[in-house]
Design a protein around this ligand. Structure first.
Ligand code: 5GP
Length: 140
């Protein structure tokens, strides 16, 4: 299947849809997941058009995973969770719902299960405050 230029993340990249931005560089953009599975749930995406892991050239994938590590460091510092989960799905059968490659950075807490994947929209003001907390940790 070919890349759909109107998927939500492509539209966020073009500035047609808003997002709570956390980080950006030449190759990547990171922003809060609109339906967080735990507080601080952040997404990291490449700017390049790629439906999934298999479509991204290796050098951009390298930049994307390095950005993911950087954002995960900041999320960990901002929320102090005992664990941080990095998740990435390829294909609807694997649970992918937005067909532009993305890495989930999800703080995890002992004994706390995740809320359902992509189920409940977060409060916009809370998401903005969380993005601010993570951005502050990226600057140090
Ligand atoms: P996937 O199921 O493809 O791995 O994850 C897609 C993620 O994108 C879900 O966690 C969902 O909450 C999130 N998402 C879907 N639409 C939007 C949107 O318009 N803005 C943001 N920030 N996140 C979105």
């Amino acid at each position: 299947m070919s890349y759909d230029r109107n998927n939500v993340f492509a539209r966020i990249l073009r500035g047609e849809l808003p997002c709570h931005k956390v980080h950006e560089d030449e190759h990547t953009l990171a922003f809060m997941d609109i339906m967080p599975q735990t507080p601080g749930h952040t997404l990291v995406i490449p700017r390049a058009e790629a439906r999934d892991l298999f479509e991204l050239p290796a050098e951009v994938l390298t930049a994307t995973i390095v950005a993911t590590q950087r954002v995960a460091h900041a999320v960990r510092q901002a929320f102090s969770p005992p664990g941080v989960m990095i998740a990435q799905f390829n294909g609807a059968a694997a649970g992918q719902t937005v067909f532009h490659l993305h890495f989930h950075v999800i703080p995890r807490y002992d004994g706390e299960s995740l809320t359902l994947h992509g189920a409940k929209p977060g409060d916009s003001q809370v998401l903005a405050a969380h993005a601010e907390r993570i951005r502050a940790c990226l600057q140090v």
